[in-house]
Write a protein that binds this ligand. Structure first.
Ligand SMILES: C[S@@+](CC[C@H](N)C(=O)[O-])C[C@H]1O[C@@H](n2cnc3c(N)ncnc32)[C@H](O)[C@@H]1O
Length: 198
């Protein structure tokens, strides 16, 4: 089996640049989330929790799920250090069938580009949402300067919106939220936020 690249970088993941980017994403994301309500949030592909940890203040429970066990270890040490009581961490393989499901909202930040079969993962996440629940996707706009065998070079927002509708989401909207220097495989890139309601 190939080594998990995120296991290898997990302990060095929280660079000043990534922390700054997460802050800027949160500023754009926060007004669209159901903050301050008694809702559950699934942070899928949570990494070290740069987005999900600040969001624990605003949700009844945040469920952190990731493929990388080392990312989850880094996250767990932050949860412990901050005395966070409403966080639940799980490896991807362990959480289906969990009693925490279905959830009110799902966050997928900078994860979709790493998953080869876009439709399959979106259908999987659709099934984890309550009726009326929302999926928030933050990712890169399509970028012809980027080419990597294991990573999508961003997404066309219109194509992605059509895919969400095909899957069954009732309302879908998206817009470009940030333009950043050298952020996507060292290339300048823009990021979008897509919000889809089940
Ligand atoms: C670029 S990081 C983003 C982390 C975090 N969401 C953020 O915005 O800071 C991508 C994360 O997605 C996780 N990931 C990739 N493929 C996944 C999958 N199929 N299931 C769950 N997690 C996955 C990786 O392990 C990694 O932690």
């Amino acid at each position: 089996m190939e080594p998990n690249v995120f296991n290898q970088i997990a302990n060095q993941y929280d660079t000043a640049e990534r922390i700054q980017l997460a802050r800027r994403i949160l500023e754009k994301l926060n007004p669209t989330l159901s903050l301050g309500t008694k809702k559950t949030l699934l942070d899928f592909g949570c990494g070290t929790g740069l987005l999900g940890i600040p969001l624990t203040e605003h949700y009844q429970e945040v469920i952190f799920v990731d493929d990388s066990t080392v990312m989850l270890e880094v996250l767990q040490s932050k949860i412990k250090a901050n005395g966070i009581q409403n966080a639940n961490t799980m490896a991807t393989g362990d959480f289906t069938g969990s009693k925490v499901l279905p959830v009110d909202e799902i966050l997928l930040s900078l994860v979709l580009l790493h998953i080869p079969d876009t439709e399959k993962i979106l259908r999987f996440l659709y099934d984890l949402l309550k009726p009326g629940g929302k999926l928030f996707v933050v990712d890169f706009d399509k970028n012809q300067k980027v080419s990597h065998p294991k990573v999508h070079n961003g997404f066309n927002q219109k194509d992605l919106q059509e895919l969400f509708i095909k899957i069954g989401f009732r309302k879908v909207s998206s817009s470009t939220i940030l333009e950043e220097k050298k952020v996507f495989m060292n290339e300048d890139a823009s990021l979008f936020l897509l919000v889809a309601e089940k």
